[in-house]
Design a protein around this ligand. Sequence first.
Ligand code: NAD
Length: 503
Amino acid sequence: MSQAAIQTRLLGNYINGDWRPAAAGDQLDVTNPATGEVLARVPLSGVEDVDAAVAAARAAFPAWRSRSTIARARWLFGFRQVLEAHQDEIARAVTREMGKTFPDARAEVGRAIEMVEAATAIPQTMQGRVLENVATAVDTETFRQPVGVCAAIAPFNFPAMVPFWFLPFAIACGNTFILKPSEQVPLTQELIFNLLHEHGGLPDGVVNLVNGSVDVVNGILDHPGIDAVSFVGSATVARYVYERAAASGKRVQALGGAKNFMVVMPDAVMPKTVGNIIGSAFGAAGQRCMAGSVVIAVGDAKAPLMEELVPRTQELAVGDGLDDATDVGPVVSCASRDRILEWIERGIGDGATLAVDGRSPSANSEGAFVGPTILDAVTPDMDVAQEEIFGPVLSVIHAGSLDEAIEIVNASRYGNGTSIFTESGAAVRRYRHDVEVGMVGVNVGVAAPVAFFPFSGWKGSFFGDLHAHGPDAVEFYTRKKTVTSRFFSGGETGRFFTEQGDR
Ligand code: NAD
């Protein structure tokens, strides 16, 4: 096959244990955002493709749910080794299609592996509860059973990790599974599903992958054969998914967009604080749902903060994420770059000043690059302080007190992540108690919970009840069945024990 043919090959869907072409005809280019190179074409599958995946997943469900819990866990143990052995290869796929730097991508794949590790605990975590003698000689037990066919719809910014917030936990609990990756980054999951296929051991239909966009999402949301839906993406679509999935009677969790504030107190240890702020705001070119995008400098913190933050931001090297010298890779697409540049202009138009100007980075002009940018003199009412920009743009607000900072954070319609930087236990206590945000960091810039804790925001950043991964995953992926039992005779007289009559 020629190089051009390899690069423009059309991806398939993984259904019932093998790859097959999508039934629907439309396609999109998958591009490397650092170079503009077309890597492949992704099919925009339709309802027929969703139907095929659901049929496979439904057919596989009875046998898979009946397999012993330890057998399901053992498959995950084996697959974990495969993922670890291919960590670099998967990370390169992430960088190529999404843009984040290779070390960042490697850490992302590490997080995906952690999800598998957490799911291997299923023989423990899926246990129910029993109480003997709820009435005389009557016992009640609650056990957990899988929900059925579960689907997950993923965003572009974590091509390896976000699908793994769901897949390992869903199948560990005995469900069968359908993934719809982001159409912007389908290659990482193609690679992972290829590894899963080569590894073997999963019955056909237990996991399925359907590539596509809105039609696949709507097909999933309306499908009577799908029992539960997990969504991660922007706030507007999260709300839409939540409402439409709930209307068709499904269990649903929908994680949406964010505007994350980082509060810096005057006693913060500045060099470390600034390192964390830079990692949070500009890591993955600001395209994390946990990216800190507004700094609130409290009282006297402002001057020492800016003194260190501005020059260190100016030193960051922008370029291809596969290049060792790069600190900040491209954003995911040229459309995204143009949108972010518009946001910077809007901030300036509203009265913000440019402390660091990243509008013309010295990187490959074919790529989707925006340099790290700091907008100073931002006020809480400005759109740049309220709306998710999802790019390497950090706004700086000044607040007179911690109470004022908390007011600003709590006025946001989002509530995904936040951080406070201080050595004061009292300030931390006040902040973590009063702040209306789901995930809080104390001297930690990206406070994303690890696999064995639940992950989600509050308010407009989340629609649903049960968060992603951790103990919540087992709650989401199981239904509780409660059995109350008694036996009328005291035993089998004369055989193994003496008749005692009713008790
Ligand atoms: P997106 O909402 O554009 O896309 C997410 C998924 O929804 C994709 O699979 C896409 O195909 C599908 N989709 C897009 N538009 C749709 C529509 N109109 N109808 C039905 N389906 C649609 O999000 P994105 O740009 O891929 O990802 C970035 C967003 O995801 C950011 O807002 C970010 O904050 C958010 N995010 C949130 C979390 C979290 O944990 N809260 C984690 C990662 C990303």
